[in-house]
Design a protein. Sequence first.
Length: 327
Amino acid sequence: MRTYNDRKRVLVTGGAGFLGSHLIDRLLARGDDVLCVDNLFTGSRRNIAHLDSHPRLEFMRHDVTFPLYVEVDEIWNLACPASPVHYQHDPVQTTKTSVHGAINLLGLAKRLRVPIFQASTSEVYGDPVVHPQPESYWGHVNPIGTRSCYDEGKRCAETLFFDYHRQHGLDIKVVRIFNTYGPRMHPNDGRVVSNFIVQALQGQDITVYGNGQQTRSFCYVDDLINGFLAFMAAPAEFIGPVNLGNPGEFTMLELAQKVIALTGSRSAIVHQPLPSDDPLQRKPDIRLAQERLGWTPKIDLDAGLALTIAYFDRLLSQQGEVTQLAA
């Protein structure tokens, strides 16, 4: 593969998405050739537009539920809609993306004998009865609910990765991602950070589901990508799964109040019924990542929210300018 130069050729699926685009920035910065693959269902060319003229980036529009025939040295599988609004839009396709996508990419990694990274999720823990959640916890997941297409799809993908490792000796890395936020989040993805920020900037009521006492832990995107790279660089025998997330825990009401304060908004907080199977608490146990990777998130919630609010403020201003020009 690298007889013509010393650079790695790296495949990133879901590369035009929120996390994938940030990962590609870092891979290019370290000198890799990157093949970005995305079907643009939730990803956007806007997320990688700043790289359009980059000589070491190639973009391919492709759905990972179909086989991919390329030659690469490393595979990062981030392909799958990750917000309830998007993954519930076509739940059968969501499950296919996780399961068929894993099969196709694992088959590619097996043929090429290259390492492969799987972006799994804290949703494999479901609505947990163990708190915080360590990697040893098997989860509490509804297999037939409205969120199951994502939760169970990701759980099955983990099974496939570990079976390919055991049966074929494949080099795998499986990470379980907890709530992550930052620039390039989709403004209409229905996730709580983007929802609250967009509503606050537009002076709308901020929608809190249930009583607002359910908790989440929020990791800024730069911290998460640092964890990705540290994990992929770790010894091959350390395959995971490993939790990556910020263990700071906040209620939804606390988050809404922070967003209102940081935006200077006069938005009111309104309550809506809690969606089915929505976890009541979520917090990562990151001791394994700390011990094996030397990784700990550095950016606190206030600092990360300020950076994310600035991004959405610019994005909404640009959209407003486009609307005015069209009118």
